[in-house]
Design a protein around this ligand. Sequence first.
Ligand code: ZN
Ligand code: ZN
Length: 382
Amino acid sequence: MLLFWGRLYLKFLLQEVIVLRQRIHKIFVVFLAMLFLLAGCSSGDQSGQQVEQMDLAPTIGHKDVNNDTGELKVHFIDVGQGDSILIETPGGQNMLIDAGERDQGEKVVNYIKSQGIDKLHFVVGTHPHSDHIGGLVKVIESIPVEKIYLPRVTHTSRSFENLLEAISNKGLKISTAVAGVKISLADGEASFIAPVGEDYEGLNNYSAVIKLTYGSASFLFTGDAEKLSEKEMLANGTDLKADVLKVGHHGSVSSTSSNFLQAVSPEYAVIMCGSGNDYGHPHKETLAALSGLEVYRTDSDGTIIISTDGNNYNITTGNKIAAQDKVVSNKDNSVYYIGNKNSKKFHRTDCANLPAENNRVYFATCEEAVNQGYTPCGSCNP
Ligand SMILES: [Zn+2]
Ligand SMILES: [Zn+2]
């Protein structure tokens, strides 16, 4: 009998401990969220048109200078389905916009380090979706960051909690990304032109949108901003014209409305998406809207680097073969080779032995198919 009551009491105690742990976790999350909101409020008060003063000038001429070519370099890092953009200014300032999913964090860190960069002056998490901020945790843990911008919105996901934790562990204060806030670049200009509003249904429209200009060259980085945000940017009277457009929301039909595209009127469009992604990105409607432009895609081109001296652009892609394929592919857009998930063979798109729709996997190049363990079909000989 005594044993019975003893066990019961022990069980009760255990339950109490579990409930307590859950409570502590909840309190911790709420605490982090409050910290974030407070930080957001404090810098939000100074938003508007104010230029944020930073002591960045001293870094010029120091070790940080890793780019003495007089060129601005923008790397659209291939992180599969997600965004990650690294910007190097001629004066040696570095900015990172997003870092893909959590499992891409290490790749992004290695990529940044491989460019000789050991410090990020600005980091922007466009919005709390994991395909944008997941990898930022690893980045913040691995590379010194001076300033981090996030839009003023919270999310209950693990990746967002981890991000807030990493930020607080490094003693960083979050600055609010909101239309009108300028990023103090020593050379060139960068400012947030969205989010314009403060209350949206989905997280995508909270996306921080950045316009970057250097000389007469210009870039627009849109995150996952959708048509509503595009409409607000237009209504705000923002000068949207940019030579290079990072196409919104991985080329989804949710974004790139015709009015917006017309106002930006880019020469080059970059779509960041993973090959064979679950969402069918980029959507064919978006590709049709972009026809006539020079379109680059991380799923087929790998990492895309666009350098500019302020006038001319030089574009290189990680996968040169893909770049050649792209010219051919502009006729039929996205797919070049089709693999069979079961037989692990891959085919030309006009092969008579194509697998059933649900067994297909798509490749931009033969190399990509071979790298993933697929062998060429004997009859169409890709
Ligand atoms: Zn996304
Ligand atoms: Zn998103």
